[in-house]
Design a protein around this ligand. Structure first.
Ligand code: BDR
Ligand code: CA
Length: 311
């Protein structure tokens, strides 16, 4: 099988960084056409810089990085420095990147790539969905160039930024609604899944023991992020969110899900940004997404450690 064409849209962010490393370590599986960045965990100047920092760390400066939307469609930006640190990559001391930022806007990149693709492109989205929503509004024809969209976002149960909503969807619920209602081949990996894939002391040690700069940086970031996430949310062990999307693309057999009707709440105040998934679709509200329900945590973490060992 030739490598699958892939664009990763993200807001690094510690777990975005780990997801990027997993993809960058998998050149036989992915033809990584670009990394598009958006405001989310930290403001856009930091997310685009952090994406380039991670490309340097992985020695993959061949992958172009684009800056996209600096704020959500309607709402003002909510960030998460309290979890990811002021730089977005707390726990790793990574130098300023020397590889250039692309001059093309991320939305223009998505439109160009998706309207000229010879083979449908897979989109992995790891942050607020602003870039993809704006691209869909500007140029609905991009849908034809999308093979699959796998999003980290939403939840079948509790949220994390509010009791009802997960961070990526809450930050830009209107963008999420545009994406969910676009009729795309969509897979949702929400908190109900990512909370099954936790970072344990043994897994952190295995990353450290890789003995390469990537393993040390990944362990440093995950140690810091995990501690803060646990303190903040009262968790016993910290979830690994965004890497689940890349792991799903590499090893779908590690995940189980069902076809459901997915909607996003954009009106309420208490439930703003909540994903509502109905496993019993109806003719008037038909299924529009595969919603993942379970993950093989040992398999996902094993894959991550094996691949990061190659960098
Ligand atoms: C999501 O929110 C962000 O803070 C993480 O990077 C992840 O994409 C989890 O809710
Ligand atoms: Ca993210």
């Amino acid at each position: 099988m030739p490598p699958r064409p892939l664009i990763i849209d993200c807001d690094p962010g510690v777990d975005d960084a780990i997801a990027l490393l997993l993809a960058l370590a998998s050149p036989a599986d992915f033809d990584l056409l670009g990394i598009t960045t958006v405001a989310g965990n930290v403001p856009l100047p930091l997310t685009q810089t952090n994406a380039r920092r991670i490309c340097h760390l992985a020695q993959r400066t061949d992958v172009p990085v684009y800056a996209g939307c600096p704020r959500p469609m309607l709402r003002s930006l909510t960030t998460a420095e309290d979890i990811h640190g002021p730089s977005g990559l707390q726990g790793a001391d990574l130098p300023e990147p020397t590889m250039p930022l692309q001059t093309q806007h991320a939305v223009a990149c998505l439109i160009e790539q998706l309207t000229t693709a010879a083979t449908p492109i897979t989109l992995a989205t790891l942050g607020p969905l602003t870039n993809l929503a704006v691209a869909l509004i500007q140029c609905p024809e991009i849908a034809r160039g999308i093979g699959q969209v796998v999003i980290m976002g939403g939840s079948l149960g509790a949220g994390n930024i509010t009791p009802a909503a997960e961070f990526n969807i809450y930050v830009d619920p209107h963008a999420a609604r545009v994406v969910v209602e676009a009729g795309l081949p969509l897979t949702m990996i929400g908190l109900n899944v990512t909370h099954q894939v936790v970072t344990t002391p043994d897994r952190l040690t295995a990353l450290e023991n890789l003995g390469n700069p990537v393993g040390r940086a990944a362990a440093g970031m995950l140690r810091h992020y995990g501690q803060i996430d646990c303190d903040h949310h009262g968790l016993a062990a910290p979830p690994l969110h965004d890497p689940c999307v890349i792991a799903y693309l590499l090893r779908p057999d590690l995940f189980c899900g069902r076809s459901m009707r997915l909607d996003v709440e954009t009106e309420g105040s208490l439930c703003l940004g909540r994903t509502v998934a109905n496993p019993y679709p109806t003719p008037t509200a038909p299924a529009n997404a595969t919603v993942i329900e379970t993950a093989d945590a040992e398999g996902v973490y094993g894959l991550l450690i094996e691949r990061l060992g190659k960098l």
